[in-house]
Structures are given as C-alpha cells and as structure tokens.
Design a protein around this ligand. Structure first.
Ligand code: S3P
Length: 174
C-alpha cells in the first residue's frame, strides 16, 4: 500500500468525483473535490468565473489551492482534481512527488456521450462555437493525454469498466 494520498486526474467527464467518493468510502479515508474548494473560494460557479475573469485567473487560483493542499497532505486523503490541473508544470511536480496519482483514462467517444448534456456549464466546451463537441474534446485530449500520463502512478481505462470495477482496481493497486 502506498503511503501517499490519492489524486484522481483525467478529463472532465472521466468520473473523478464519483470514483473519489466511492474509494473514500471503501478505504474510509476523507475525500475532497478541488472544484468545490475553488467554488467556495471564488463564491460563484466556475462557468461564471471564467466568463468574468478568464481561464488564466482561474488557473492561478486552481494552482494556489492545489499546491496548498499538496503541502498539507501528511494524512490520508482522496482528491478529485479538475481536468486541467495538469496544465501547470508546478502542479505536475506536486502530482508526481506528493500524490499517488491515478489517471482515469476515458475514450473520446465516451467523453462526448457524457458531456453532451453539460456543454452549457463547461467553460472550455462552450467557447469556439464553430467547432463540434467531438473536435473540442479531441483537441483538449491531444494536449492533455501526455500530461496525464506524465504524472500517473497508475492508469485505469474507465471506458469499458463499471464504476465498481474502476474503484476495485484502484484499491487493489494502492
Ligand atoms: C476543467 C475541468 C473542470 C473545472 C473547469 C476546467 C478543465 O473540472 O475545473 O471547468 O480544464 O478540464 P472537472 O474535470 O472536475 O469537470
């Protein structure tokens, strides 16, 4: 068993929050969601914040809060990160050094299916109105996939597994 706390990384729609909650229950370890921490800090939805202040400011807050938690993690914890946390190089260093990071790898086809209904509340999916959802997800995944791989201590392909199977494989490997 690893002595490090668990961070779940992966695209929006990969199931990070759902799986983090279930693992937290299975291992009897507390759970936190980075997006929830950001939302309490900014006092509005992430969508509204992006519109008002832009992605750059959002990433600064995300990095500050993520690095703060990373420095405090001397007790067990399961963290569901935001899909873009791996963009920042410093965040990636923390993910490699301070966390047992699990990449929830999900096929573009499944992501499109899951995110179709959520486009309005997802800032990166409702910009560039000329691109299709498929194209947007493809482009984001192309940039991020190598970064998720870079930080991952363990990779689970969630596309063909049930939530229960994903959780069991993470717990078994931890
Ligand atoms: C983002 C993913 C979201 C949230 C924000 C940006 C991204 O989190 O942090 O909308 O850049 O992929 P989830 O991955 O939890 O949906």
């Amino acid at each position: 068993m690893s002595t490090l706390p668990i961070a779940l990384v992966g695209m929006m729609g990969s199931g990070k929050s759902t799986i983090a909650k279930k693992i937290s229950y299975k291992l009897n370890v507390p759970f936190q969601d980075l997006d929830d921490l950001i939302t309490s800090e900014i006092g509005c939805s992430i969508q509204v914040f992006f519109q008002k202040y832009g992605e750059r400011t959002f990433r600064q807050i995300e990095a500050r809060l993520f690095q703060q938690i990373s420095k405090q993690t001397d007790s067990p914890l399961i963290l569901a990160t935001g899909g873009g946390v791996i963009i920042d190089e410093e965040n990636r260093k923390y993910l490699k050094r301070n966390w047992w990071s699990v990449y929830l790898q999900t096929s573009p086809y499944i992501l499109v299916k899951r995110l179709k209904k959520e486009v309005d509340s997802r800032p990166l999916l409702n910009e560039n109105i000329h691109d299709t959802l498929e194209q947007k997800i493809h482009d984001i995944l192309e940039t991020r996939h190598p970064l998720y791989l870079e930080v991952a201590s363990f990779i689970v392909d969630t596309s063909s597994l049930s939530v229960e199977e994903v959780c069991s494989s993470i717990v078994a490997e931890y």
